[in-house]
Write a protein that binds this ligand. Structure first.
Ligand SMILES: *[C@@H]1O[C@H](CO)[C@@H](O)[C@H](O)[C@H]1NC(C)=O
Length: 483
């Protein structure tokens, strides 16, 4: 105890000496333009209300804070830390970077510049697109790695170019795409309007004489780990609305996707090569799959899905062009599917390899769905007039196993409401049907179930009784435009 008070006295003496000689220890004086860490309130992840101009300005030397600091220094009797590097945190508003938001000007550059600033910031940043305005932007590739967390807050409307010539012709075009950005959050009450009409008109699905080309996905995430996307609305994408690939740990909450039922290839959410995904309460109306779960997807949980119109909730297609597929641990829990071609579907091509396993479709209400429960291992959907249809039976197929359809009720618009069409060489294994009640719309005609090469593990409380008819390949639903 005696030695501690001795130290305290020594410190006090030291401080008094300092005060007497009017000098502060050089290293304790904050460098101009920096706030001293030890006396500033801890940085919070969302600093609000500074704009870009303020970020660049110097912070005035704070006398009061400095004297507090000196007191702390005396009490702790520790050497002061080196001054913190300049901070450039807070809100970045795209308008501070020249975005006009007038619905006419090209705001692409402003967005790119604002992103560059956010991405190089050492502190967490909110990149704001203000509400109530329309920003015309062409393709904007936003890439990382970034120095800190970014929240892309879209409150206004982004509008894509209508003119096709504005899209990149090399490879697969993307409208707004994020690559290599970890811990990104995209949120806000705003809308991404893909103005897809002209692309839909040129699609080979709309007119089979057109060559099959790629049109842009509206919003793409590639190699983004710990990604969150909340609340935003996607409208009329040229093709896929939300594309997620090569990511890990993804959370999608309350996303709204809207396009007409005749928008070709306009999947709602298409995911490939991604692990650990939670999709909560999406509302998806479009012209293709509401959810499309492609190869490389593992550990996906979707809850409270509103789907339709569209082509339903799909695993696949898998195994195209003799490719290898790997999909496992997929749960769709609670879904309302209305006015779609399919409800719960798994689709694979002949000639593929790999697996689709541990798949659960639970608690689904089907409302006027053409084919509510559907496994198709003879999926074939080739519109390119230059290519022959690769539909013939082949020696290999993606192995489907361990699939549960449970508590699925409602109405179909064709008789065959439970169709399980598996491959001859790789029959489906361990398929379970439980608590199913599917009637024809209006309740008039009796429904039935067709099966082919499927090993049902068990089934209980299923109406219509599973596999009442053994299908032949001729029973297949023609795939024309009803992909
Ligand atoms: C399956 O995925 C869920 C997420 O949907 C996850 O919580 C669970 O741990 C996964 N199971 C396995 C065996 O990896």
């Amino acid at each position: 105890m005696a030695s501690r008070s001795l130290v305290a006295w020594a410190c006090l003496l030291f401080v008094l000496l300092l005060l007497a000689f009017g000098g502060a220890p050089a290293e304790a004086r904050p460098a101009p333009g920096s706030r001293h860490r030890r006396v500033v309130i801890a940085p919070t992840p969302t600093l609000i209300s500074t704009n870009a101009a303020a970020d660049e300005s110097t912070v005035p030397f704070n006398k009061a804070a400095f004297s507090v600091h000196r007191k702390l220094l005396a009490e702790n009797n520790k050497p002061p830390k080196a001054a913190a590097p300049p901070e450039s945190s807070g809100n970045i508003n795209v308008e501070s970077y020249g975005a006009a938001g007038d619905g006419r000007s090209d705001d692409t550059k402003a967005f790119l510049n604002a992103w560059a600033k956010a991405c190089s910031s050492a502190e967490p940043t909110v990149l704001l697109v203000p509400a109530g305005k329309k920003y015309h932007v062409k393709e904007i590739p936003l890439s990382g790695p970034c120095k800190s967390e970014i929240t892309f807050q879209i409150d206004g409307t982004l509008v894509a170019p209508e003119d096709k010539s504005d899209w990149n012709k090399q490879g697969y075009p993307h409208w707004i795409s994020f690559t290599n950005v970890d811990r990104l959050t995209v949120t806000g009450k705003g809308t991404l309007d893909g103005t897809g009409k002209s692309s839909w008109k040129n699609s080979c699905r709309t007119n089979h004489k057109n060559p099959c080309t790629f049109a842009p996905a509206a919003l793409t995430f590639t190699s983004c780990n710990h990604l969150k996307v909340h609340n935003i609305k996607l409208l009329n994408s040229p093709q896929v609305h939300l594309l997620i690939q090569y990511c890990k740990d993804v959370e999608l909450t309350s996303i709204t996707i809207t396009a007409p039922s005749n928008a070709p290839e306009a999947d709602g959410i298409h995911i490939s090569h991604t692990e650990d995904i939670r999709i909560i309460k999406p509302v998806i109306k479009s012209g293709d799959d509401c959810l499309s779960i492609a190869t490389g997807v593992k550990n996906l949980y979707a809850y409270k899905v509103e789907c339709g119109p569209g082509h339903g909730i799909s695993i696949g297609s898998l195994g195209k062009d003799n490719s290898d597929a790997q999909v496992s641990n997929i749960t769709i829990d609670t879904a309302h599917v209305t006015g779609t071609l399919y409800g719960a579907r798994i689709k694979t091509w002949q000639g593929g390899s790999g697996y689709a396993k541990e798949i659960k479709f639970l608690n689904m209400i089907m409302d006027k769905v053409k084919h509510p429960i559907y496994i198709d291992q003879y999926y074939c959907n080739q519109f390119d007039p230059l290519k022959p249809k690769p539909c013939e039976e082949q020696k290999t197929a993606v192995q489907i196993s361990n699939v549960l359809f449970k508590n699925i009720k409602g109405s179909g618009t064709t008789k065959d409401v439970i169709s399980l069409h598996c491959s001859k060489s790789f029959p489906c294994q361990d398929v379970i049907l439980q608590d199913i009640d599917l009637k024809m719309k209006g309740g008039a005609k009796k429904t039935m179930s067709s099966c082919e090469n499927v090993m049902l593990k068990q089934s209980s409380n299923v109406f219509p009784a599973p596999c009442t008819s053994v299908a032949t390949k001729n029973d297949h639903v023609p795939e024309d435009s009803s992909d």
